[in-house]
Design a protein around this ligand. Structure first.
Ligand SMILES: O=C(O)CCC(=O)C(=O)O
Ligand SMILES: [Fe+2]
Length: 308
């Protein structure tokens, strides 16, 4: 068996040349793991994937984590989270974007970022492929860092950024709110959908990846709130806001991102310590089911702010 590796559009790679239903040698497993560290975003196509196989394959990359909320858990396979459009949960995840009604759109984010201890990674499989839309975007924040000018890199070395968890998109400071309107059933506070609340979490603006040592620009639009005490580092509050606005736009440039259009038999794995992701959502009534496994994070990358 020989893995074949094809670069995707701009970031990440597609890997083929193996069958998930055949036993994988230790050598192939080690190769897959190092490809994950090297490229952060791995796409696998045309695999015949059962829930058991998805779980077994995901374990190559590390121990799995269960979601603290049981609502998204598959009854038979607790390791699988189920993300569903087209069912009874739609009303909580419907909003209006420039007059268009969209279900399940999510801004660019890193999972569990607001906890200071994000999971290491996750693997998605499309169980039901949306007949239109429903793409998942991935962005490489190490490549985005590398492309910054030296002056910005030097400034960022000194800074910390704060993420503040919130339920209402209109309270997020750096997402694009142009033409946005929440839906009538959009949750107002975490307890509305049995979510816990979270304290703010601060991160170095540039995080060194715990395994590869690559520098990762820790700036994503969802939940990012501010730079910690910018004046201490020679930035006025206005300049710190403009810096975040610039960086939030920078990381979304096409050269650092890839949008996956799902087909049956696809899986996508990403390194959540290095890559951000988003989803475009679907029109109302479109069925889409994604099963996700989560690879545990054993490193605290940020710090929880109890008092400031
Ligand atoms: O539904 C998707 O495409 C991705 C959802 C997501 O953000 C996640 O699974 O962490
Ligand atoms: Fe996510």
């Amino acid at each position: 068996m020989e893995l074949s590796i094809t670069p995707l559009h701009n970031v990440g790679v597609e890997i083929s040349g193996f069958d998930i239903n055949e036993p994988l040698t230790d050598e192939i497993k080690a190769q897959l793991k190092s490809l994950w560290y090297e490229h952060a975003i791995l796409v696998f196509r045309d695999q015949d994937i059962s829930p058991e196989k998805q779980i077994e394959f995901s374990r190559i990359f590390g121990p799995l984590e269960l979601h603290p909320l049981k609502v998204t858990q598959n009854d038979k396979h607790p390791e699988l989270f189920e993300l569903k459009n087209g069912g009874p949960m739609d009303k909580f995840q419907t909003a209006f974007y420039k007059g268009e009604e969209i279900v399940g759109r999510l801004d660019w984010h890193m999972d569990l970022h607001y906890t200071a201890r994000p999971n290491h990674g996750a693997l998605l499989r499309a169980v039901v492929v949306a007949k239109e839309d429903g793409l998942t975007g991935f962005g490489d924040l190490a490549k985005a860092y590398d492309a910054l000018d030296d002056e910005t890199k030097a400034l960022l070395e000194k800074l910390e950024v704060v993420y503040s968890f919130s339920m209402q998109r209109r309270h997020m400071r750096y997402v694009n709110l142009d033409g946005y309107k929440p839906g009538p059933n959009s949750p107002k506070k975490p307890s509305d959908i049995n979510f816990p609340d979270f304290s703010d979490a601060a991160y170095p603006a540039v995080v060194t990846h715990p395994i590869s040592g690559r520098k990762v620009l820790e700036v994503v639009e969802q939940f990012i709130d501010r730079i910690v005490t910018p004046q201490q580092f020679g930035l006025s509050n206005d300049e710190s806001i403009e810096l975040l606005e610039r960086l939030v736009k920078h990381v979304q440039k096409p050269e650092f991102t890839y949008f996956h259009k799902w087909r049956e038999g696809d899986m996508v794995l990403w390194d959540n310590w290095r890559a951000m992701h988003c989803t475009t959502g679907t029109k109302p009534g479109v069925d889409r089911v994604i099963n996700r496994t989560t690879i545990k994070g054993n490193v605290t990358l940020g710090r929880v702010l109890k008092t400031e």
